[in-house]
Design a protein around this ligand. Structure first.
Ligand SMILES: NCC(=O)N[C@@H](Cc1c[nH]cn1)C(=O)O
Ligand SMILES: [Zn+2]
Ligand SMILES: [Zn+2]
Length: 494
């Protein structure tokens, strides 16, 4: 039952927080169990553990009393022409009280690759607590936050407290490969999302030690540059010196993407970038950010920029280009002397408002074809964009932002650091465009979480305090929603 009045509400919060504190070791063990599943989505042929991880997550959500469906996300076309199904996604719902707000929680249970020999201090799949930090692949991105949502709901259920909102979950298993098939899934299950009032995502990091609210992310346009020189690899002694080597062409193409100052060399790439207004420029002044701390967290000696404003603008609102790797090139130990016949260079462009993936794709393709033409190489060039995820920016005046601000203040005693994020969560813009509903990001990842890096972690404090934050957010959102209902606000209802 909902305890009415401020005293009742405060008493509820005390009970919730006490329960979360006294059961934190259970919650940590649950995260250890999840991290132990190597749900790496990068290799299509190694996804058995990933499908198992989706089932584990479905079982945990079902144990809350939710109705859970595992739904298809379509098929993936492999290089050899075969099609295999993507891991299923979870659609779940708990509660359908028409007087309550309906919140849809998004998360993902797939992770980036991780091997101990990459330089981890601990086994990436054996979560290890050291000095209050929980080290393991996926601890922060995104298993910890997904479990924190589940812990929050479990707390209400265990205390027999009425959950203040209706809940829906969409949990996927291929976010780290750009959420392929997600847009079609949301279209195919439009009825499931039709009564959702708010979408909340917790798949990013704080920017400093100060709790944050995120209102923007960059997109990701991911490209393959394939250069094919022949039908087989060749001995570089027997053939080196007389052929146009594919690798040489590729390196030249990659070298023409970006210069040493970080400026992207693709003609027109900056044309659609939203101009920096005086209003936006002022926002950077109030952001809590410690440049030296961020540099220490990154493990690099120096950044391309030296001021907070320049760094944050180039992380959030200007595009960046990163070269990730070369498939087919020799990269193992030793000194193989082969000439690879086909190599695939991989890079991505983090897109910002108002860039469009379709425009970027044309610009990139034309630029690479023009550069390649100068080589007068007989080799075959193929440029493909395999991911085209758009940037996302929210309206911080959406009601759920007020609820989240109140929840952060209640749990952490501070007002939130209003930030954007340089990473990509494809679902955010897809949801915003398809459902026209409010999308918000409520991060609990530490600024030094090391997402995608060696020694990724979430602090026990952020995991447990984050669970309290999510539990409080449900309460605060129910208050905001009731006020809107009372005013018959247009954003309420469908
Ligand atoms: N925590 C969000 C995240 O890491 N998202 C990935 C998504 C992505 C983009 N291209 C491929 N995967 C990211 O790298 O931003
Ligand atoms: Zn990630
Ligand atoms: Zn993530």
């Amino acid at each position: 039952m909902l305890l009415n009045g401020s005293h009742g509400s405060e008493q509820r919060v005390v009970e919730l927080f006490n329960y979360i504190d006294t059961h934190q070791d259970e919650f940590v063990q649950d995260l250890k169990d999840w991290v132990a599943v190597s749900s790496d989505s990068s290799d299509p042929l190694l996804r058995e553990d990933l499908s198992n991880m989706v089932e584990i997550a479905a079982k945990s959500i079902r144990a809350l009393g939710a109705t859970v469906k595992l739904v298809n996300m379509g098929e993936e076309k492999l290089n050899d022409g075969r099609n295999i199904p993507f891991p299923k996604a979870i659609l779940a719902e708990l509660g359908n009280n028409s007087s309550k707000a309906t919140v849809c929680i998004y998360g993902h249970v797939d992770v980036q690759p991780a091997k101990k020999e990459d330089g981890w201090n601990t086994d990436p799949y054996n979560m290890t607590e050291i000095n209050g930090d929980l080290y393991g692949r996926g601890a922060a991105d995104n298993k910890g936050p997904v479990l924190a949502w589940i812990n929050a709901v479990k707390t209400y259920k265990s205390l027999n407290q009425e959950i203040p909102v209706n809940l829906k979950f969409i949990i996927e298993g291929v976010e780290e490969t750009g959420s392929p098939g997600l847009e079609d899934l949301i279209k195919a299950h439009a009825s499931f999302f039709s009564d959702v009032d708010y979408i909340v995502i917790s798949d990013n990091l704080w920017l400093s030690r100060k709790p944050a609210l995120t209102y923007g992310t960059r997109g990701s346009a991911y490209f393959f540059i394939e250069v094919e020189g022949g039908t087989k690899d060749l001995h570089s002694g027997t053939f080196g010196g007389i052929i146009h080597e594919a690798m040489r062409d590729l390196i030249y193409l990659l070298a023409n993407l970006i210069d040493s100052s970080g400026h992207i060399l693709i003609p027109g790439i900056y044309d659609d970038v939203a101009p920096l207004t005086e209003e936006e420029r002022k926002l950077y002044e109030h952001i809590d950010f410690d440049l030296e701390e961020h540099q220490n967290n990154s493990g690099v000696n120096t950044f391309l920029y030296s001021t907070k404003e320049e760094i944050l603008q180039h992380l959030w609102r200007y595009p960046s280009l990163t070269i990730h790797g070369i498939e087919g090139a020799f990269s193992g130990p030793g000194s193989k002397t082969v000439i690879p016949s086909k190599v695939i260079g991989k890079f991505s462009i983090r897109q910002v408002p108002n860039m469009k993936s379709s425009v970027v794709q044309k610009q990139v393709t034309k630029h690479l074809e023009d550069v390649f033409a100068k080589l007068k190489s007989p080799n075959k060039l193929t440029v493909s964009m395999i991911i085209g995820a758009s940037p996302w920016v929210a309206d911080v005046n959406d009601p759920q932002y007020a609820a989240a601000r109140n929840a952060i203040t209640k749990v952490f005693g501070v007002t939130p650091n209003m930030i954007r994020d340089g990473s990509t969560i494809p679902l955010a813009r897809i949801f915003q465009d398809l459902t026209k509903k409010s999308v918000m990001m409520l991060p609990i990842g530490d600024a030094d979480a090391g997402e995608h890096s060696q020694n990724e972690k979430i602090s026990r404090s952020n995991y447990i305090q984050g669970t309290k934050l999510f539990a409080t957010f449900f309460l605060e959102l129910s208050k905001v929603h009731e006020e809107l209902m009372a005013k018959n606000h247009p954003s309420v209802g469908n």
